[in-house]
Design a protein around this ligand. Structure first.
Ligand code: HEM
Length: 500
């Protein structure tokens, strides 16, 4: 009996200490009231379905006045979806670390730029930044043009000559992954010809596994997770991806480690390929600033970040244009006016394609390729809201809901949920808050590859819509999105391709 009382008292004491140590979170949660959820799992049960997660968060943000605080597991979770708060977070030097939940991605595929924290992130970002400079990117144009040619042949053969309705997303993924492998690793993979399905499925599987774990607080403890089915799935897809990345890296690693002198004897060859990411980071390995393990992690993330997001953004742009022939025709007018009928597209020509940029931006507004990003408050933050200032305690997890902000009628007006490039990005469009449109985010942690993505997307779109007309029976309001690390659709509508 006595031991029972001691045990209960001890447990109560631990529980009170736990609550007391977290009192600052409770005060913040009281001021910025949101849904409370269940003890220990917080909003886990309600959030766990990626298919309804984004819609659910939109509903909550209207019910509670966002920004609001809720709970993910035992983590204090600040949800924001208004430009003014988004600006404060992206511009804060105390919010450059990613949310703790990203540890599930880094534990699966390694700690690359997308997930890493200070000081590792700062060091790697400084070393890798030059690999994405404007000059370097202009060297990629021949690769992008060559891949555009492959894409057109594919659309022509399968879409026009065979008259098939196409699932264009699959075709785009292959093209973008091929371009990513060449521009980052200098390797041509020929995905159009051999079976790349396993790799795509592995990338897809990886993001699904990580998001499922993020949305399931009971799987946070490693001990429980390693006994779950999800972990088995993770091991399988990670095995495939590591095999793929090592296959890409292998020739480079072996040259550096076994035959460095031969390489030095051939500086011409090396200078030629210097433009690509791997050649730049390889110099850091030789100087001892990065290890091969770091390079593998960064390569993994860079390829995933390039191909998942860019093919998603490109696909949604094509789909939106297929659903809106009026804008497609206006795009075609610009392309005919600015581009020669055949031959490679140059950087100067791309820079003149203002309408092309508008149709891409409008698609990324409506279908944010990365719907939500997570940050962590490293210090206490003072947050301004219309009705006063609020203290956000250190350690709070911050969810920035880009998807819902970019289609919110309070921010974008009555046409917010329609595809209308002119109303939102045209020269007569009303002036918006500078942080109302942030598909690549802003601030110190902004996407490193945004210029790369813009060039590749513009070029591929220009080449497609110069020569082809694309249509679909799908309707904008029928598309069902899935909240993943990059935005997905529950079903991908088929498109019809015709030559002009
Ligand atoms: C339409 C295409 C793309 C979109 C919408 C996009 C979006 C994003 C977003 C939202 C982030 C997170 C930023 C943050 O947390 O504040 C990010 C980070 C990142 N992106 Fe992109 N991205 C795209 C293409 C690319 C490409 C082409 C590359 C590489 C060539 C790339 C490489 C990265 C990397 C390495 C990071 C981590 C940066 C860091 O934390 O320092 N992305 N991207």
């Amino acid at each position: 009996m006595l031991s029972c009382i001691i045990l209960i008292s001890w447990l109560l004491l631990v529980w009170f200490y736990f609550l007391w140590s977290r009192r600052r979170y409770y005060i913040a949660a009281w001021q910025l009231r949101g849904p409370v959820g269940w003890p220990l799992i917080g909003m886990g049960l309600q959030m766990m379905n990626p298919a309804t997660f984004l819609q659910y968060m939109d509903g909550l943000s209207r019910q509670f006045k966002a920004p609001f605080i809720s709970w993910m597991g035992t983590d204090c979770f600040l949800y924001i979806n208004d430009p003014s708060t988004v600006e404060q977070i992206f511009n804060s030097t105390h919010c450059t670390n990613k949310g703790d939940l990203y540890r599930f991605i880094s534990s699966a595929i390694g700690d690359g730029l997308f997930t890493s924290s200070w000081p590792r992130w700062h060091k790697h970002r400084r070393l890798i930044n030059p690999a994405f400079g404007r000059q370097i990117l202009s060297n990629f144009l021949p690769i992008f043009n060559a891949e555009a040619e492959v894409l057109l042949q594919k659309l022509d053969l399968e879409g026009v000559q065979h008259g098939k309705r196409l699932e264009i997303y699959q075709i785009l993924k292959k093209i973008v992954l091929e371009a990513a492998c060449q521009t980052t690793m200098g390797r041509k993979m020929n995905f159009q010809h051999d079976g790349s399905v396993a790799i795509f499925e592995a990338y897809n599987g990886l993001t699904e596994v990580c998001v499922k774990r993020m949305l399931s607080p009971w799987l946070y403890p490693g001990l429980i997770y390693r006994r779950s089915r999800l972990y088995g799935q993770q091991k399988k897809v990670v095995g495939i991806l590591f095999g793929f990345i090592e296959q890409l890296l292998e020739p480079i690693v072996s040259v550096v480690t076994s035959d460095a002198s031969a390489e030095q004897q051939n500086p011409e060859m090396r200078a030629k390929s210097k433009a690509i990411f791997i050649e730049q980071v390889r110099e850091h390995v030789e100087r001892g600033q990065l290890s091969w393990q770091d390079v593998r992690d960064e390569a993994n993330v860079t390829i995933a970040a390039t191909f998942e997001t860019t093919s998603t953004a490109l696909y949604f742009t094509i789909l939106c244009l297929a659903m809106h022939p009026y804008y497609q025709e206006k795009l075609h007018e610009e392309l005919v006016r600015e581009l020669p009928p055949t031959g490679d597209v140059s950087l100067e020509q791309l820079q003149r394609l203002d309408y092309t940029e508008m149709v891409i931006n409008e698609a990324m507004r409506l279908f944010a390729p990365v719907p939500m990003v997570l940050r962590s408050a490293e210090q206490d933050l003072q947050l301004r809201r219309d009705d006063g200032d609020f203290l956000i305690p250190r350690g709070t997890q911050i969810g920035i809901d880009i998807y819902n902000m970019q289609r919110d009628e309070r921010v974008w007006g009555p046409l917010a949920r329609t595809y209308n490039p002119e109303a939102h990005f045209g020269k007569d469009a009303p002036l918006r808050h500078a942080f109302a449109f942030v598909p690549f985010t802003k601030g110190l942690r902004m996407c490193i590859g945004y210029r790369y993505a813009q060039i590749l997307m513009k070029l591929l779109l220009a080449r497609i819509f110069y020569s082809y007309r694309i249509s679909t029976e799908a309707r904008l309001d029928e598309l069902l999105v899935k909240g993943n690390i990059s935005l997905k659709l529950q079903e991908y509508p088929l498109c019809l391709v015709n030559r002009r």
